[in-house]
Ligand binder design. Sequence first.
Ligand SMILES: Nc1nc2c(c(=O)[nH]1)N[C@@H](CN(C=O)c1ccc(C(=O)N[C@@H](CCC(=O)O)C(=O)O)cc1)CN2
Length: 291
Amino acid sequence: MRGSARILAGVPVADAVLREAAVRASRLPAPPHLVMVRLGEDPASVSYVRGKDRKAREVGLTSTVYALPEETSQAELLDLIARLNADEGVNGILVQLPLPPHVSEQAVLHAVDPHKDVDGFHPLNVGELWAGRPSLRPCTPAGILALLAHYGLPVAGQRAVIVGRSHIVGRPLAALLLNADATVTLAHSRTPNLTAVTREADLLCVAVGRPHLVTPEMVRSGATVIDVGINRVKPELSGKAYLTGDVHPDVQDVAGAMTPVPGGVGPLTIAQLLVNTVHAAEMQAAGTVRR
Ligand SMILES: Nc1nc2c(c(=O)[nH]1)N[C@@H](CN(C=O)c1ccc(C(=O)N[C@@H](CCC(=O)O)C(=O)O)cc1)CN2
């Protein structure tokens, strides 16, 4: 058997998070209603939205998916979002990313009512997050915090290094870890001597989208390693495509704990989305936000 790292499996954590979401949803006057919009037929997006829809129904939410043609114009999409914002029967809105190039991601994400923004991507929620105030939090970073808490891994006082500065993972994860009292470094493709930086980490989170970017010599012995990469690799000559992370499997020989790919952070992304939807519905039912 390879390595000595403790394997941080995501599925049991996601199941626990989903059970709690189901209990909270059942206490509301009506099942929270999540609406997801996707454009085009990108196979990964189709599969992620299908997974979110299935899990939403399993935990007792109402879920509606708008699967729109890739050619849908930005104006048509903004018009749909405006209608969903105004619909009191809709608690959460998610637009699956990436969007086709003719649609501005910024225009679309800014159009979602921040109180229904279950992805936590609206600038108001981003600002609240960086200010350390309560907000709807991006799903993958919030899922990582849930995973660390579940396994009793410390965050406060830890030296955390994040590799990757995306708006979906790296940046919001930096804010969440900072809010949880970690000392945070956000590294990226222009960081000189990346190895020297990653070796500083007690907690190393990698979200770049490059298979096996992080190798054993880049990791301090005993560090906790969170692999957010989901890379579909097709062997050149033959064989089936498979999923692999941004972290080389040999890192298990060095790390103290490590998430697998698949079955690590991914399932938490979906679970956290449903928690956010329940949370949005709770706030709306309590009248703490305008409808
Ligand atoms: N609007 C959003 N778009 C995207 C987000 C997001 O949070 N909001 N994140 C990613 C994709 N994503 C969710 O949408 C996502 C990624 C991975 C998984 C997951 O469960 N992965 C599994 C492997 C699944 C597979 O076989 O491909 C795992 O890691 O075990 C769920 C959701 C980009 N877009």
